[in-house]
Design a protein around this ligand. Structure first.
Ligand code: HPA
Length: 281
């Protein structure tokens, strides 16, 4: 449930982060499993471990460094979360969404989310990057449950355009420049941490999901509540359960993110200045 202190906690965490640097980011990045290395590429960077940020949840997932990195991508000031927290770690949806609220209080107006996901759509190949066009929340939780704090946003935020069409267009153009085609898909967010059964994957396909993962949904809801624009990119680290006749493993997930790292970094490098240009309008 939303704590009455959530706003002041987000405010003090934001102040703490900004007190370390003169960088004033308007773009935030949430880098998922195995995709955190982009934060190492920022210039003039300042690193702040989550453990030192007031009220901040600590990441327990493997493949997550657990620090905030502020720096520049081609002169664009950004703030990146190197590793996120998940519901399956035992955090509440509010705790999972808290960093997004901190971003908002820092002045961030656009967030790029990345995650590792299983591919449900038969057209996908392992290692593909897919733009999330929409989501299905099957986590049974929502970070906005509880009394609404109007300082964050309205009681019933619209989710029709949760994943900005304009940003998806920017990302598709950026990928084209790099010689790649980006497809789009619907992300089903599940609680985890067990992977899905083949029957669950058939069910998810039937209800219109192309991708499945255990993150992103609470954060996107909190971002839209605050009126922050969203771009979200999934890395299809594996075909979802039952598609191939082999068990799923987190080792395969990390191996795949490692393999697409270069492509992923190039895409973000191209997309970020374009989104920054859009924000200035
Ligand atoms: N299912 C859920 N989450 C995931 C998967 C998957 O197949 N791959 C990476 N994250």
């Amino acid at each position: 449930m939303l704590s009455a202190d959530d706003f002041s906690h987000a405010e003090s965490a934001a102040k703490h982060l900004l007190s370390h640097t003169s960088i004033r980011p308007r773009i935030g990045l949430v880098l998922g499993s195995g995709l955190g290395s982009f934060a190492d590429e920022l210039s003039q960077s300042v690193r702040i471990p989550y453990t030192t940020i007031p009220h901040f949840p600590r990441s327990t997932a493997i493949g997550h460094a657990g620090q905030m990195v502020l720096g520049f991508v081609s002169k664009v000031p950004v703030v990146a979360m190197q590793g996120r927290v998940h519901l399956y770690e035992g955090y509440s949806a509010q705790q999972v969404a808290f960093p997004v609220r901190v971003f908002g209080r820092m002045g961030v107006r656009a967030i790029i989310f990345t995650n590792a996901a299983g591919g449900i759509n038969f057209e996908y190949k392992q290692g593909a990057l897919v733009l999330i066009s929409d989501h299905i929340n099957l986590q049974g939780q929502n970070p906005l449950v509880g009394p609404n704090d109007d300082r964050f946003g309205e009681r019933f935020p619209d989710m029709t355009h949760a994943y900005s069409k304009a940003y998806r267009q920017i990302a598709r153009k950026a990928a084209k420049k790099l010689g790649k085609d980006l497809t789009e898909g619907v992300y089903a967010g599940l609680l985890g941490p067990s992977y899905e059964t083949p029957a669950e994957i058939r069910y998810l396909r039937a209800i219109g999901a192309d991708l499945v993962g255990m993150s992103t949904v609470p954060e996107v809801i909190a971002a839209r509540h605050m009126g922050i624009n969203v771009l979200a990119i999934s890395c299809v680290t594996n075909m979802a359960a039952g598609i191939l006749d082999k068990p799923l493993s987190s080792v395969e997930v990390f191996e795949t993110t490692e393999r697409v790292r270069g492509e992923f970094v190039a895409l973000l490098r191209t997309v970020i200045p374009e989104i920054a240009g859009e924000l200035k309008d």
